[in-house]
Design a binder for this molecule. Structure first.
Ligand code: MG
Ligand code: ZN
Length: 225
């Protein structure tokens, strides 16, 4: 009988313990954290730029940028938009883990932050399986990716609480059956809050911003809820 060592389980439970500590740090500082996930090119950073700009004067935003390569392109964009930004270079790792977030939190003055957005590595497979200590998983889907993604990446669509459908300005030019897409999503996740929007035209962005503001306020009133 070959002995098998459940390394993956051990790593995941160690990760979860650190995620709990991260969550406690955020709650104690009154910071609401979201874990922003998507495939590469779905428009996470563009959405973040829009979000930071529109929240100016309403919420103080900080960003933790996860990238597999040693590039600070995204962090420079979010910093320029007005958010304190920390870059994590995962050294090729395809997702962020809780200990990386812990190190990034050390670099931020959480007393100056209302909303923390973690931009995860662009990947629809594993990021949703790793708890970071943030309060909400948000997935950015986009029209050019195609309407079959919920069927191909059910784990990701199952593990998020908010869905943004980005680049709706491209709907007239790209074959994308919204009913087929939504049917796939609903089969995996009935309680999803969905925001169709375009960072180019600005359509739908305000609804997302209003939701964020009320989520941050609700967390401030009741961090445990
Ligand atoms: Mg990006
Ligand atoms: Zn991964």
């Amino acid at each position: 009988m070959v002995k098998q060592i459940p390394i993956v389980e051990n790593i995941l439970s160690a990760n979860d313990e650190i995620a709990v500590k991260n969550r406690r740090r955020l709650d104690e500082a009154g910071v609401y954290g979201i874990n922003l996930m998507a495939s590469p090119g779905a428009g996470k950073t563009s959405l973040l730029e829009q979000t930071i700009q529109r929240l100016r004067g309403r919420l103080r935003v900080a960003v933790i940028e996860g990238d597999t390569a040693a590039t600070s392109i995204d962090a420079e964009r979010t910093e320029k938009a007005g958010a304190a930004s920390v870059q994590i270079n995962t050294g090729g790792n395809c997702h962020l883990e809780a200990h990386m977030i812990g190190m990034a939190l050390d670099q931020l003055d959480l007393s100056e932050v209302d909303l923390l957005v973690v931009e995860n590595v662009g990947n629809l497979v594993c990021p949703a399986g790793w708890k970071l200590g943030t309060h909400r998983n948000v997935l950015v889907a986009s029209i050019p990716e195609g309407d079959d993604k919920p069927y191909k990446y059910p784990g990701m669509y199952h593990n998020v609480q908010t869905l943004i459908i980005n680049k709706i300005d491209l709907l007239p030019y790209v074959p994308f059956n919204m009913d087929f897409f939504q049917k796939g999503v609903a089969a995996l996740n009935a309680d999803l809050t969905t925001f169709p929007l375009s960072c180019v035209s600005g359509e739908g962005v305000d609804a997302w911003i209003d939701w964020l503001v009320s989520a941050v306020e609700a967390h401030r009133t009741n961090p445990a809820g």
